[in-house]
Design a protein around this ligand. Structure first.
Ligand code: PLP
Length: 451
């Protein structure tokens, strides 16, 4: 079909229900092609993509090798379900063993939401089957996002996203997220992070330990404001989980595959989660794919011969052969080009370059790890009262006018939609990273120091 740009835009307005927003010609764009870190829309305008799509195009756009891997797989075997098996899924499992460390079984789905939904469901059945059926609750933190299905939304801690979808499934308990920017005076970063972790222990005790099945956490809360706890936080959470027989689920949907400067976010903390969920960067967004990695000994609980012993969960397209082939190729590229190491190095440069923004009015904190960064805006640096969302939206729009895409927190809770986010492709060229930094700094300065 050969359509004119105006025809496409008209039909888009009429028929495409965009995620998270009504049709808005100012805010949206119709993408046509992309290369490296650049996306071009149907009018021919190019944008430097400081968000790697939706935090996912880790290896960058235009990777012919990934496209070829999917294409060749489609010619050979375009589909077969994982109720049986196929070679690309087996090969991806072997690759994930290398990335994650041995000891996991892999359940394949299509999206991060499904990977987390699978984990939450599986955990409940697991405890029933090992004779601890009273454990069904999951603890999570406010400000987190774990997906858009009813259970993952219930697990998430972003209040505004839940309005008008309630009632949500019961069995989810929320605690304070570690927000080092708001640590009490006199407490060190580490002491504060540990105090937040200890709140999880308190919640376990308040709720009755025999009712708690799991803690689900992103190692760094990403979409909720790029909240980076001290590395001892996750270690303390692991210890607490061990003390009370609670499982630890690490949501690596964004933090995984190099985004934070290690292969997985939990690797900063020297812990081993019981379950690891992943999506997005596993294929660098080239194909939809997600994985729920589960400790092998837990899998044993699902191998009994009674009628309901196995995990009665299926999704037709989970672990699609072409998606698995794309994922294997994507991970090979990341290894070959050392993109995880690059994320660590370039991430440090990015934070150093942005650090002096904190001297400006309204810029409360610049933070991040790897090629993942957040800039928090506050009305008052003493009270840390957040700015209205308007200011952040204005910066976003002016960057976009300059051809640079950055992101922001949204729909978290009324007073926390005040953080600009950056998550560029891990292979972003030095000159593009520089452009991202200079444009952003210029537009922030103009917004907070008008005239
Ligand atoms: N978990 C986290 C931490 C996420 O950021 C997201 C999506 O952004 C999800 C889960 C859900 O992933 P998906 O949008 O692929 O369902």
């Amino acid at each position: 079909m050969n359509w004119e740009p105006e025809e496409i835009k008209k039909k888009d307005e009429e028929s495409v229900w965009h995620a998270m927003r009504p049709y808005n010609p100012e805010g949206g764009m119709v993408a046509e092609k992309a290369e490296g870190s650049w996306v071009t829309d149907i009018d021919g305008k190019s944008y430097l993509d400081g968000m790697a799509g939706l935090w996912c195009v880790n290896a960058g756009y235009g990777r012919k090798e990934i496209a070829d891997a999917a294409y060749e797989q489609m010619l050979k075997l375009p589909f077969y379900p994982l109720t049986q098996s196929h070679t690309p899924a087996v090969q991806l499992s072997a690759k994930l063993d290398e990335w994650l460390g041995d000891g996991y079984m892999y359940f394949f789905s299509n999206s991060g939401s499904e990977a987390n939904e699978t984990a939450l469901k599986l955990v409940r059945q697991y405890f029933q089957q090992i004779g601890e059926g009273s454990r069904y609750k999951t603890i999570s933190r406010y400000r987190t996002y774990h997906g858009s299905t009813l259970a993952t939304m219930a697990a998430g801690g972003q209040t505004q996203r839940k309005y008008r979808y309630e009632p949500l499934p019961p069995g989810f308990v929320h605690v304070t997220p570690p927000d080092p920017y708001r640590k009490p005076e006199g407490q060190s970063y580490e002491e504060y992070s540990l105090a937040c972790a200890d709140e999880i222990e308190q919640a376990i005790l308040w709720e009755a330990e025999e009712s708690i099945a799991a803690v689900i956490m992103e190692p760094i809360i990403t979409g909720g404001g790029v909240l980076v706890p001290h590395t001892s936080y996750m270690k303390r959470v692991r210890d607490i989980c061990d003390r009370y027989g609670v499982l630890l689920i690490s949501d690596e949907v964004i933090c995984g595959f190099g985004r934070t400067g290690k292969r997985f976010g939990f690797m900063h903390a020297d812990v081993k989660p019981d379950i690891v969920t992943m999506a997005k960067g596993i294929t660098s967004g080239y194909m939809p794919l997600s994985v729920t990695a589960v400790r092998k000994d837990m899998y044993q609980a699902f191998t009994g011969s009674e009628a309901y012993d196995h995990f009665r969960h299926v999704n037709t397209f989970g672990g699609h052969p072409a998606a698995c082939a794309a994922a294997v190729k994507n991970l090979e590229i990341m290894e070959r080009e050392k993109l995880v190491e690059r994320s660590e190095k370039k991430g440090r440069e990015l934070l150093e370059a942005l650090a002096d923004l904190e001297e400006l009015p309204y810029v409360g904190q610049v933070r991040g790890q790897g090629l993942l960064a957040g800039i928090e805006f506050v009305e008052d640096k003493t009270t840390k009262k957040t700015v209205p969302e308007k200011l952040v939206k204005q910066i976003l729009a002016s960057c976009k006018k300059d051809g640079v895409i950055v992101g922001k927190t949204s729909d978290i809770a009324r007073h926390h939609n005040n953080v600009l986010t950056l998550s560029p492709p891990l292979n972003i060229e030095d000159k593009d990273l520089q452009l991202l930094i200079t444009t952003l700094k210029k537009r922030i300065k103009e917004a907070v120091q008008p005239g």
